[in-house]
Write a protein that binds this ligand. Structure first.
Ligand code: ATP
Ligand SMILES: Nc1nc2c(ncn2[C@@H]2O[C@H](COP(=O)(O)O)[C@@H](O)[C@H]2O)c(=O)[nH]1
Length: 196
């Protein structure tokens, strides 16, 4: 397991699928020296997704081989689909950055929290049920994908109170601004610890 060092932090965006986690995460990251790590998955790409940008899309066989080689820092199976974060990708991201962000489901978020404690900051992004359904329709997700996501909505929402921070994503620039202020406060704390 990667040994997290000093001021290194993993910001994990979690919450219901379609709530806008990746949108917000990308907006926030533009203002900071933060990098994300892309997951590996066995599902097929959607029409708007690109291999190596949204996910590394791989076969079941390759995923199993990577598991056997213990390449994943964290992996989950959701509705028969495998997802995982490769440990070497985290190592590489931390070579040039103190802050890394991920977008994970609550199960994976909880695993990382247990591994790294205070070095993992959980940011829960949410919207009401009708809004997340509408957003998924708007980006033309297939109906079966939307249905699959919505079976997890209530359970996912129940994880909100476990997270350090939670934001309803109605106005995304406003939420991104609030989270930027939060990240800024972590930077200030780091300066206090290391510079005085
Ligand atoms: N505040 C907002 N108002 C309207 N649309 C939004 C808002 N935030 C995000 N969206 C749109 O909603 C859709 C889902 O956003 P996004 O992909 O960021 O969600 P997600 O939580 O990462 O979900 P998934 O994991 O399913 O991709 C995108 O088309 C995005 O442009
Ligand atoms: N625990 C992990 N969760 C992951 C990972 N990669 C993505 N995800 C989450 O899975 C669901 C479903 O994703 P979808 O793209 O198929 O709709 C969603 O909540 C993702 O954030 C991972 O490596 N580990």
């Amino acid at each position: 397991m990667y040994q997290i060092k000093g001021k290194e932090k993993i910001f994990v965006y979690t919450g219901p699928d379609g709530s806008g986690r990746k949108t917000i995460a990308k907006m926030v990251a533009t203002a900071f020296d933060m990098e994300t790590v892309i997951s590996y998955t066995t599902r097929s790409p959607r029409h708007y997704e690109k291999n190596g940008e949204d996910y590394h899309f791989i076969s079941e066989e390759v995923f199993k081989q990577m598991e056997t080689n213990q390449e994943f820092l964290e992996s989950v199976e959701i509705d028969g689909i495998h997802y995982g974060i490769r440990e070497q990708d985290i190592v590489d991201a931390f070579k040039n950055h103190d802050y890394v962000y991920l977008t994970l489901n609550p199960e994976g978020t909880e695993k990382l929290k247990k591994m790294y404690g205070d070095n993992v900051v959980r940011i829960f992004i949410f919207a009401d049920r009708d809004t997340v359904i509408q957003r998924q329709h708007d980006r033309q997700d297939p109906d079966d994908a939307i249905e699959r996501h919505m079976t997890h909505y209530d359970e996912t929402m129940s994880y909100k109170t476990n997270c350090e921070y939670a934001y309803e994503n109605f106005d995304s620039p406003q939420v991104a601004y609030q989270i930027s202020e939060l990240i800024e406060s972590f930077l200030d704390r780091n300066l206090t610890v290391t510079d005085y």
